[in-house]
Ligand binder design. Structure first.
Ligand code: ZN
Length: 245
């Protein structure tokens, strides 16, 4: 187990859907942003399946989720950009076309650290998370070497480190003590996901909504405390660290 990377000048967090980055590494991004790191988001899909309401206006949902993602990034203190690749939710593939796009953004934004889903997490059900993880890994490989996608006409770029969240075999912890409130604020910014993802029913009584919010926050805090315990810190986010890129 290692603890705490040096604060990078630029970080790029890659998620399958709006909200994945906040769940996976929101507190780490908040910590780095506060220390002067430029934090960028790259979201692979349009989030158009993110509603339990069969009559939901899907086009409206896509716009809503982009606005929520930007609000979440602000709640983390992120000053970078939110890039939306816009692939249909639930249908993300890790093909050459998608890899081209991820490599393009890595070359353009030049992150020192890239963060993304662990594509090798066992028994993972959601294909988008697996494919977004593969795109993160394979996008780095393409971005770092000059003969991949030369038509991009951008300098190749090799990040210093890759942090995989939801890691199958975590071996690195970021101490996020003092940055959990920012993560929670960012998660709550994904208002359209309150019911389906956070089990907060805004149609319930104010008292019940308060209790549901508290239960969700407690669940997150408990998990971060468990990750932190591995390295003797109060709150931690756990990752697989790959530093040989
Ligand atoms: Zn997701």
């Amino acid at each position: 187990m290692s603890l705490d990377l040096p604060v990078p000048a630029v970080a790029l967090a890659i998620g399958a859907h709006p909200d994945d980055v906040e769940f996976g590494c929101g507190a780490t991004l908040a910590k780095w942003a506060k220390a002067g790191c430029v934090v960028h988001h790259l979201i692979c899909t349009d989030g158009s399946k993110g509603s339990w309401d069969p009559s939901a206006d899907v086009a409206e949902l896509v716009v809503t989720r982009q606005a929520e993602q930007r609000a979440a990034a602000r709640a983390l203190g992120a000053t970078g950009t939110c890039v939306f690749l816009g692939w249909p939710d639930g249908e993300l593939e890790s093909g050459l076309r998608q890899r081209w796009e991820v490599a393009y953004w890595i070359r353009r934004l030049q992150p020192a650290v890239v963060l993304g889903h662990d594509p090798w997490k066992r028994y993972r059900l959601h294909p988008d998370h697996r494919h977004a993880g593969l795109l993160t890994v394979e996008g780095i490989v393409a971005a770092r070497d000059p003969h991949f996608f030369p038509e991009q006409a951008l300098p190749h770029h090799r990040p210093d480190a890759l942090l995989l969240f939801e890691a199958d075999e975590p071996d690195h912890v970021e101490d996020v003590t003092g940055h959990v409130d920012a993560k929670l604020a960012a998660l709550h910014s994904h208002t359209s996901q309150l019911l389906s993802t956070m089990h907060i029913d805004e149609d319930a009584s104010p008292h019940e909504v308060q209790a549901q919010r508290q239960a969700f926050d407690d669940h997150i805090r408990t998990r971060l405390a468990a990750h932190g315990e591995r390295e003797g810190v109060a709150q931690g986010e756990a990752f697989k660290l790959i530093a040989q890129l």
